[in-house]
Ligand binder design. Structure first.
Ligand SMILES: Nc1nc2c(ncn2[C@@H]2O[C@H](COP(=O)(O)OP(=O)(O)O)[C@@H](O)[C@H]2O)c(=O)[nH]1
Ligand SMILES: [Mg+2]
Length: 453
């Protein structure tokens, strides 16, 4: 019977049903989310630089942005692309709020009498700093405080945290407090510590709103910080009791709301990893970035007894880890870059594998702002990149240095031989008939679409 069924050849393919794909573009702040979304839309609308995608899909399509849904702020592709199209093009400004858009792909059906397939891709942009707060949903104030305080006491963080820790030590935390300014100073010290960490390239900083408050600038709700847990019940008007109350309120009204509204039921998660940042700042920042991703993934995908699964359906069945901004390296180093990415995510990948979640690691650039050239350094020909450095007007040639073979390479960054140059973006073509140059965006887009169209 089975073999009989196998032999039947239908005269046409059964049309694939319409779909909506929700993509979580996940990434720490400045990892390249906004640039990626802009390039993604640009690439799919123009579809003139996606040979790999078209060859693999073998299905002609048109892409269009749907009119904005009035409930949400629109991810404004047009204003972002306008800045990229200037004679002196600009990278987008840091993202300060959540915005959304839907890109509709219409695939030509095999026969004229069959309906075309519609695939709506829902995209969301948000400040990367807020993402890390997700793991706070699992912790009450005392647990969170203990975790943050022990992190702050680690050798690498302590120098930045010292002033805050000292101030807390000298303050009266558990008795009735009549001086509100103490709370303010304590909070400011803690925020200052987070800002310093962030500046040094660290990403695991909570709460993210202390760095990027969005519309909560000066909101008294944010006036708290981690404190040592008391052994006896603190006075209800003590600093501790006030902070604990605000923390709970922050979790309920800000963090939970954000995730209930925007971070549910994703199909695919693309994790943008700015590994070049670890090249710039060294091993501590690499470890810290790993810690951040571990926390982020835990929140999105972990087991059924997790409190988070009550709020989110962890339906993600595919996670793509993508090392960004590969145009900072000559192509001959892209394999190394990928190996470093694989090194960073190897344990995360294993966790996802046992949960039947597909993973992939790739290296790409959403906007290729340099080109590969050869140059002679001390008489030896080396692979370099050429682009316009920020603040300059003419292109220049740069050798970024060699990436290490491994993060465990003893010489990793000790010699200070990796130089990260910030390039201006190249100008985008003036009309959507042509897309911007990229590196492997077509492979990345194919990975997203392959099982869905
Ligand atoms: N050369 C290059 N730089 C990039 C690329 N994507 C992002 N960047 C740089 O990274 C910065 C942060 O990117 P953005 O998308 O705003 O990060 P977000 O905070 O994750 O949204 C940009 O201002 C650029 O300087 C890329 O594809 N190539
Ligand atoms: Mg952004």
């Amino acid at each position: 019977m089975l073999s009989f069924i196998k032999e039947i050849e239908l005269p046409f393919k059964i049309p694939t049903p319409d779909k909506t794909i929700k993509i979580a573009v996940t990434g720490l702040s400045r990892s390249g989310k906004t640039v990626f979304l802009t390039s993604l839309i640009n690439q799919l609308i123009a579809n003139d630089k996606l040979p790999y995608l078209n060859e693999k899909l073998k299905r002609p399509f048109v892409a269009r942005l749907l009119p904005p849904d009035s409930v949400y702020v629109r991810f404004d592709y047009y204003s972002k692309i306008k800045a990229f199209r200037l004679k002196d093009p600009k990278w987008p400004k840091a993202t300060k709020s959540v915005s959304k858009t839907t890109l509709q792909l219409e695939f030509k059906s095999e026969y004229a009498f069959l309906k075309n397939q519609i695939v709506n891709i829902e995209l969301i942009d948000y400040p990367g700093e807020w993402l890390l707060d997700l793991s706070m949903l699992e912790q009450d104030y005392a647990e969170w405080s203990e975790a943050m305080r022990s992190l702050a006491q680690e050798e690498k963080r302590y120098p930045y945290a010292k002033e805050w820790l000292e101030f807390v030590k000298g303050a009266d935390l558990y008795r009735r407090n009549r001086d509100e300014s103490v709370e303010e100073v304590m909070h400011d010290h803690y925020s200052e510590y987070l800002k310093r960490l962030h500046y040094q390239g660290y990403s695991f900083v909570q709460p993210g709103r202390f760095l990027e408050p969005g519309d909560m600038q000066d909101d008294p709700l944010l006036r708290f910080c981690p404190l040592p847990t008391p052994s006896n019940e603190p006075h209800p008007d003590s600093v501790y009791a006030q902070f604990a109350k605000r923390y709970e309120q922050y979790i309920q009204e800000v963090v939970k709301r954000l995730y209930l509204e925007h971070f549910q039921a994703f199909d695919t998660q693309i994790i943008l990893v700015d590994l070049l940042k670890t090249m710039e700042h060294g091993y501590d920042v690499f470890e810290d970035m790993h810690l951040s991703f571990k926390n982020i993934l835990k929140s999105f995908t972990y087991g059924s007894n997790n409190i988070l699964t009550r709020f989110f359906k962890p339906e993600i069945n595919q996670v793509i880890f993508a090392a960004t901004k590969a145009d900072h390296l000559p192509q001959s180093q892209h394999n190394r870059y990928k190996r470093l990415l694989e090194e960073m995510i190897w344990d995360l990948k294993k966790e996802l594998d046992v949960r039947h979640i597909d993973t992939e690691a790739t290296v790409f650039a959403a906007v290729k702002s340099t080109r590969d050239v050869k140059a002679k350094i001390e008489g030896k020909e080396v692979d370099c990149i050429r682009g316009i450095v920020e603040g300059e007007h003419e292109p220049s040639t740069h050798f970024p240095g060699m990436l290490p073979q491994s993060y465990h390479d003893e010489n990793f960054l000790k010699k200070g031989d990796f130089h990260l140059t910030k390039f201006k973006p190249i100008s985008f073509p003036l009309r959507d008939t042509h897309a911007v140059e990229h590196i492997r965006m077509d492979k990345l887009i194919y990975s997203i679409l392959k099982d869905r169209v």
